[in-house]
Design a protein around this ligand. Structure first.
Ligand SMILES: NC(=O)c1ccc[n+]([C@@H]2O[C@H](COP(=O)([O-])OP(=O)(O)OC[C@H]3O[C@@H](n4cnc5c(N)ncnc54)[C@H](O)[C@@H]3O)[C@@H](O)[C@H]2O)c1
Length: 247
């Protein structure tokens, strides 16, 4: 028996953390709109799962995200949960970073968190329902390497945006929090640790000496999204295997 109120939207829901968050929310009884760039990867990920609605949208495109939210409301109902997982990483030293790379990383990671948050929150407010938003930021918001400058700047923005969204949406009963992971064994995380500077800086000093599995981040997200975190808003939960604790 599904609870009609348990509707979630997960951006980046075709891969990595996003796909793992979709799986974890399904286990909690949610029906989920998995929003991603679309194509075969998105369809293949959820072809056998009737509780998942696949929605194609670029998170940097206001009209596309608005259409995705409208489709979700029409097909599943008003979302009570939004998880912003869509993100990209491009390695380069800021001395060499191109405008194209800087703009792309900031657009997807930062504006691509703002747009779904605003548009899903508006749907919640319009329907008079409370809800919860969880953003995936990164330990890169707290420290930089020689190669992750644009990404670090974008994730610093996501961390600040998380607090600002929590302030803006509080009067409507919408909580907004973030999860700050260290390296995770996803396509993006494996690409990042292929960079020896990053691997040495991050994995070399992790207390747990391994990359996280995506489900270990998804469980933190599900906690923050759910009623057990009902008094938590504007917070960032670090799930990094001890990277930031260890100098
Ligand atoms: N993997 C790591 O080590 C790690 C560490 C800390 C934070 N993060 C963050 O976690 C989030 C998920 O990363 P992941 O490792 O699962 O990556 P991933 O590459 O496995 O998945 C990212 C998903 O986002 C989608 N996406 C990218 N650009 C998009 C756009 N413009 N519109 C819609 N969808 C788009 C991709 O198609 C993909 O399905 C990202 O925000 C990332 O920065 C990852």
């Amino acid at each position: 028996m599904t609870d009609p109120q348990k509707v979630a939207v997960v951006t980046g829901g075709a891969s990595g953390i996003g796909a793992s968050v979709v799986t974890a929310l399904l286990a909690e009884g949610y029906r989920v709109a998995a929003l991603d760039l679309g194509g075969a990867a998105l369809e293949a990920a959820w072809a056998d799962e009737p509780r998942v609605l696949t929605v194609t949208a670029n998170v940097t495109d206001r009209q596309a995200v608005a259409a995705a939210v409208a489709t979700t409301v029409e097909r599943l109902g008003v979302p009570r949960v939004l998880v912003n997982c869509a993100g990209i990483y491009r390695a380069s030293n800021l001395l060499d970073t191109t405008d194209e790379d800087f703009d792309a990383v900031v657009a997807v990671n930062l504006k691509g968190t703002f747009l779904p948050s605003q548009l899903v929150a508006r749907a919640m407010v319009e329907a008079g329902v409370a809800g919860s938003i969880v953003n995936i930021t990164s330990v890169a918001a707290s420290e930089a390497t020689e190669e992750n400058g644009a990404y670090a700047a974008s994730k610093g923005g996501v961390t600040a945006l998380t607090r600002a969204l929590a302030v803006s949406f509080a009067e409507h009963g919408i909580r907004v929090n973030g999860v700050q992971p260290g390296p995770i064994a996803t396509p993006q995380g494996l690409a990042a640790v292929a960079d020896p500077v990053y691997a040495e800086r991050m994995v070399g000093r992790m207390l747990l000496k391994r990359l996280a599995e995506p489900h270990e981040i998804a469980s933190a997200v599900v906690f923050l999204a759910g009623e057990g975190a009902g008094f938590i808003t504007g917070s960032i939960l670090t799930a990094d295997g001890g990277v930031l604790a260890h100098r």
